[in-house]
Design a protein around this ligand. Sequence first.
Ligand code: FE2
Ligand code: FE2
Length: 456
Amino acid sequence: MADKRNVPMDKIKRVAFDRSINDWLWEIGENGTFTYSSPQCESLLGYTPEEIAGKAPWVFMNPAEANRLEKLFSEINHNEGFHFLQDTCIAKNGNEVFLESVGSPFFNSNNQFMDYKGVSGYTRVGNHKTRKDGIPTTNLLWGNIPGVIFRYTQMPDGSDSIENISPGSKLIWELSADEIKSDPTILWQQIHPEDLDEFKNSVGISKQLLKKWDHVYRIITPSSGVKWLHGIGSPVKQTNGAVFWDVFVSDITETFTLREEKTNALVSILSVLAKTMASRDPYTGKHEERVTKIAVQIAIKMGLDENRIMGLELASSIHDMGKIQIPAEILSKPAKLSDIEYELIKCHSFIGASFLTNINFKWPISDIILQHHERIDGSGYPMGLVGDEILLEARILGVADTIEAMASHRPYRSALGIDKAAAEIKRGSGTIYDSNVAAAALLLIKEGKLQPYIDG
Ligand SMILES: [Fe+2]
Ligand SMILES: [Fe+2]
């Protein structure tokens, strides 16, 4: 999920938007208290946004209702939104106010829950709650949802239907509820061809395992082109075998694009950094280049997904950057290092990681670099981590690093060759090197696939 807090919002536009609608927009932080309230809370409850800030929603309820809602809120899975949560609040003047709310969870770039953003209005209970202007309030709430809500049903014979579609369908798909109801396949046709298989797969898994559907995908709309959407919904199986999902779909194009742009910028900066370092220290630069290729081959062999391999590739390309702070005469010493010199060199993984600690990558680049000399029996450095405490990417990088270092020339000795490197990996498999990583590396060596990356 994208980090909404990072999206700069024009304050004036926000105020104008908040005032242009009739329902109350709010944000509830991870500790369950309001972190934002639009001014409409005053017309609904009589409290100003300042009076609401920092308080939990149940503070404005009678004890029984407060208990019920607090319990309900604690039971809500923070990965899901909620639709039409109804509750009774006590307004400042002591009157009971019936509210209906919809909310959606938001996550930061590390996928950690940040807050709920939602909207509340008078409920349709009894169908006779109307505003002063006589408009049924439920229509206002229904129309102001920041996305679209609908019920999607799949019958046992494979046919499907969509109903209860909120007016947000116009905003998201540029289609009216009637158009969608008369031909639900129209929505499938909008899904980006590259995302269609994965989309179908995600719905199939959700239906089969009755597991929450939570999916990010692209659509192509008639006039706005490609949009990124985020859909969530929990499947419910009925006695006739049909399965339905009450789905909430929101448009995340803006935040998704921003995140991708930020990632691309960071990746470009890293490759410039790698090139700069390589021109200052060509020996380390060449080593990092070859280690990167070996690490990527191992990761592919192990079946890591593309995104994870990209993180490994980036970390590998600068894994020894901390050596920039080690005196050149030690790095290129054509003889065995003294204990003190070796201890100094050992600082490079920590130094390299510290350069990147405060940069928020979507991959654990800094930790991969920090851990690339850790060994699974705890004999590595700098922390002596064991087994799974070491990131898989760091375990792969560690093996690739060893193969390259042994098989290629070093300042103090000539190349030992790929066979010696293979023997070392075999010897340490399961003790100092991860056995799965070692097995993949040995297979690649056997197949001759690492030879092109060895400076023999
Ligand atoms: Fe290193
Ligand atoms: Fe290295």
